[in-house]
Unconditional design. Structure first.
Length: 246
């Protein structure tokens, strides 16, 4: 499945990237991403699961019109324990006709006991391929200040837990503002996830958050649905998505 990340500083909003979202077999319990990846983590098979998901995502994404950015999720533990992961990623991208410069790896971290040195070497291998780095779920779990400092990401993704009605709740607003300020100080961009209401969008734009992801623009789409919507757009931006923030 693919969900757009929209850049809203333009009029109309333009497509920044698609996040590639993995799902389990349809009509099974594992179709839900949280159930699927909780199983993966309990079995400690993050690396082979990430390889399978990234391979499927890029092979499928090769059929997306235009050349949009593509964002894939990878566990931090994978980068620390699978030294050949970046080589595999580059091979699959090349075979799929996707330049590695179009890719962003979103770091997902649920394992506090991480070999930091090995993880940093994994990041260096990705950056050598011109791949951008995003830190997912900022503010939750192990996506904490230490991970931000270690990863030095290009993007900080603000988890939707903090976005819902944040503009009317002072404590949530304080957290969102602090993440935005942190991103600026790191030379990174903040991405707001889970944006569903126009009021949230306007308040976030007022704070200087340009990159927006959520149901306000689109639910995750299958490749067939995405192709149908985007086939007439030269940059791959479905016209009905771009009109949302006019």
């Amino acid at each position: 499945m693919f969900q757009p990340i929209m850049r809203t500083s333009t009029t109309p909003a333009s497509l920044h990237a698609y996040e590639c979202l993995s799902r389990g077999p349809a009509r099974t319990n594992l179709e839900q991403a949280d159930v699927l990846f909780e199983y993966v983590r309990r079995k400690r098979i993050e690396a082979p699961a990430d390889r399978a998901c990234v391979t499927a995502a890029l092979q499928t994404a090769s059929a997306i019109p235009g050349s949009p950015g593509l964002s894939v999720n990878v566990h931090a533990i994978t980068l620390a324990t699978d030294p050949d992961f970046s080589k595999m990623l580059a091979h699959v991208a090349g075979a799929s006709g996707i330049a590695t410069g179009r890719l962003t790896v979103e770091i997902v971290e649920h394992s506090p006991a991480l070999d930091t040195s090995a993880f940093l070497r994994g990041l260096e291998r990705l950056r050598a391929l011109d791949i951008s780095i995003a830190l997912d779920d900022v503010g939750l779990g192990e996506s904490n200040y230490k991970m931000i400092l270690d990863a030095d990401p290009d993007y900080l993704k603000i988890d939707r837990y903090f976005i819902s009605h944040w503009e009317t709740e002072p404590r949530r607003r304080a957290i969102v503002e602090s993440i935005v300020d942190l991103a600026r100080r790191f030379g990174a961009e903040a991405i707001a996830e889970g944006v569903e209401r126009p009021e949230e969008l306007e308040a976030l734009r007022g704070l200087g958050i340009d990159l927006i992801q959520g149901y306000l623009f689109s639910k995750p789409m299958s490749i067939a649905s995405l192709q149908e919507k985007a086939s007439d757009a030269p940059d791959g931006t479905p016209p009905d998505l771009a009109s949302t923030a006019r």
